[in-house]
Design a protein around this ligand. Structure first.
Ligand SMILES: [Mn+2]
Length: 242
């Protein structure tokens, strides 16, 4: 059996010339090491092109990147909200809907988790420091592959706990936004020491929709990080359509 095709959302440069669509290679390497074939999804696709591409995908990764337009959760824009791309927001929100409609496994990372939450009607802190006063530095200045804060995972019947094989870990942190109110059908399954939600998954245990606020693609020397990509690829294989 050939390896599953996994759609990977791309970033779009905002306010820079030339405009670029791009993705950090760490995502691609982590996915390929887990046995998946990455298919980069351009940030602008009309419905017909997206539909044609979607038919061929077995799984999906929503990657990190700039902030989501807060109009998606009916809040005015905070001064710290930055790098907003309406095109990328629209594409990724529609991808969440497609993944749910067609039961396609979805693994969401950092901004990806926030997109999933917003697509399901949840809201975000637009700036953790300003809006929660947290003493934890979620926008780390250390290297991307350096863990900087702890995360506690909910052990009771969570997909995340099963995949990671442990309930306490140290993670990297490259986000200044986070989930405020949870979207419909989601369950929070991991937290930083300040209570910020660091992972969520669908309540329905048979559905693979899982998001983490940290960047496992940068932590692949740790088996727990690799397990996340391996779990997505295994689900994509198992649920392969057609
Ligand atoms: Mn964090």
């Amino acid at each position: 059996m050939t390896a599953p095709l996994i759609g990977v959302s791309t970033s779009i440069s905002v306010g820079k010339e030339p405009e670029r669509a791009y993705v950090n290679t760490a995502y691609l390497r982590a996915l390929q090491n887990a046995g998946g074939i990455p298919v980069l999804l351009p940030p602008r696709l009309d419905a017909a092109a997206l539909g044609a591409l979607w038919e061929r995908l077995d799984g999906l990764i929503l990657t990190g990147g700039g902030d989501i337009d807060p109009s998606h959760f009916a809040e005015p824009r905070h001064a710290a909200t930055d790098e907003v791309s309406p095109a990328r927001d629209a594409l990724e929100v529609s991808l969440v809907g497609k993944a749910l409609d067609d039961d396609v496994p979805l693994f969401a990372i950092c901004r990806g988790l926030q997109v999933v939450n917003v697509a399901l009607g949840g809201s975000l802190y637009q700036d953790i420091k300003d809006q929660t006063g947290s003493p934890i530095e979620h926008s780390q200045r250390d290297r991307r592959d350096q863990p900087t804060h702890a995360v506690k995972v909910l052990g009771e019947g969570t997909r995340l706990g099963r995949i990671l094989g442990r309930l306490e870990l140290e993670v990297n942190s490259m986000h200044h936004q986070a989930i405020k109110t949870l979207g419909r059908g989601l369950r929070e399954v991991a937290w930083a020491p300040d209570g910020i939600i660091e992972a969520a998954e669908l309540e329905a245990p048979e559905r693979f929709l899982l998001g983490v606020q940290w960047h496992p693609e940068e932590l692949v020397r740790d088996a727990a990080a690799c397990n996340l990509f391996a779990a997505l690829v295994a689900e994509a294989r198992a649920r392969r359509r057609g």
